[in-house]
Write a protein that binds this ligand. Structure first.
Ligand SMILES: Cc1ncc(COP(=O)(O)O)c(C=O)c1O
Length: 395
């Protein structure tokens, strides 16, 4: 039966993450597809949330977030990114930070705050899947710039050629999902030049901010006060504290932009889960080593997987951050990446994610002709990684 409902997002299907996770369950495959940790949330944090609930901290928090959490987030940002700044350049928790229901809400609200009908927003492909629907629902238009494989770096000349009088914002994501690439200081400097020259805004998706490898530093927008003047920086406690199901995140922005952001946030969720805010504030205050140890924790996992796949016929691409590793399977199969992932889940017993759904539908045909790449999530126990790799080595 054809529907008479006039959809606002007519071409949007179930996300590839949902599709592959359903398949993984159906075929009992080892699930390296969806990006969530297999290990548990730290005990300190679980105790914190349980204690907060038992102590009756179960009502609304202030819309922007509990002041204690806002201050702890600001302290963490000062330690990580702002030791070189003067006090008046440093971010202020109460003015600049808003606690959101995951990075997803922060991205959504930042996009609704910025984007007006017919504004253009530049995003980089492969792109995280929530950007484009949010831009379209705000009445905006996505302009796609392709990252240059296999390094998945940004060609800033190409970005400048894409800018026109309607361009409102650029969304960056570093460390980058799905490719594991990261931006360098020179990228942030090129971005700042364009932002200043064309009066643009930036949304910086930094949900994997604490996961960079081999001593490479995360180039947060929060390090660069001039760039931050026109930016919304988004992050996720779910990624940092292995609690993706809590859907806790935040947005840091200059005072004026935060005020606009907060107007919308109050009518999206009003506030987030109070007990989680209390527990995360305590965690940030009392267990700062969790964050400083995160990069080496995930680097070991990356290296376990890389070593175990060394003798496979896959070509391994560099993973400089996040908990994702890309594999090129050109030597193994002629199938396109979606079919290959379906086959891998069903017949081989390992679920992964194809890269093509991170590109616009109209580019798929051309994409498939040149690219055979899948994404593995290594936020898993070593046993799981070794089992999956042993299977993949047989192909
Ligand atoms: C790049 C990127 N941005 C945003 C999100 C959403 O984060 P959250 O679960 O905190 O909403 C994710 C989650 O996978 C992500 O990978």
């Amino acid at each position: 039966m054809s529907s008479s409902f006039n959809s606002k997002l007519p071409n949007l299907a179930t996300s590839i993450f949902t599709e592959m996770s359903i398949m993984a369950n159906q075929y009992q495959a080892i699930n390296l597809s969806q990006g969530f940790p297999e290990f548990d949330t730290p005990k300190f944090l679980k105790d914190g949330i349980n204690n907060a609930i038992s102590a009756g901290k179960n009502q609304y928090s202030p819309s922007n977030g509990l002041p204690d959490l806002l201050t702890q987030v600001a302290n963490m940002i000062h330690r990580q990114y702002q030791t070189h700044l003067t006090d008046d350049q440093k971010l202020d928790g109460l003015d600049n930070v808003t606690i959101t229901s995951g990075a997803t809400e922060a991205l959504w609200v930042a996009i609704q705050t910025l984007v007006r009908p017919n504004d253009e927003v530049i995003i980089f492909d492969p792109a995280y899947d929530s950007y484009e629907p949010a831009i379209r629902l705000a009445g905006g238009i996505c302009r796609h710039v392709t990252l240059e494989a296999p390094s998945y770096s940004i060609n800033w000349t190409h970005v400048e050629q894409t800018i026109n009088k309607n361009t409102r914002a650029i969304i960056i994501n570093s460390p980058h999902n799905p490719t594991g690439s990261i931006l360098a200081a020179s990228d942030l400097s090129a971005l700042q030049d364009l932002v200043e020259k064309y009066n643009l805004y930036v949304i910086s998706d930094e949900v994997y901010e604490h996961i960079t490898f081999d001593g490479l530093r995360h180039e947060s927008v929060l390090r660069y006060p001039h760039l931050f003047k026109r930016a919304f920086v988004v992050s996720s406690f779910g990624k940092t504290f292995h609690c993706t199901g809590w859907k806790m995140g935040y947005c840091a922005a200059p005072k004026e932009l935060s005020a606009e952001f907060r107007k919308i946030h109050q009518y999206v969720t009003f506030c987030t889960f109070t007990p989680a805010q209390i527990a995360i504030a305590q965690m940030l205050k009392e267990q700062p080593s969790h964050i400083t140890a995160l990069a080496s924790f995930y680097q070991k996992k990356r290296d376990v997987l890389i070593k175990a796949l060394q003798d496979s016929r896959f070509t391994l691409l560099p993973s400089k951050g996040t908990y994702f590793l890309l594999l090129d399977y050109s030597a193994i199969s002629e199938l396109n990446d979606r079919e290959f992932c379906q086959w891998l889940t069903k017949e081989v017993g390992v679920a992964t994610i194809p890269l093509s759904p991170f590109y616009p539908a109209e580019q798929l045909e051309a994409y498939h002709q040149k690219n055979k790449v899948i994404r593995l999530c290594f936020a898993k126990n070593d046993d799981t990684l070794l089992k999956a790799a042993a299977i993949l080595c047989q192909l």
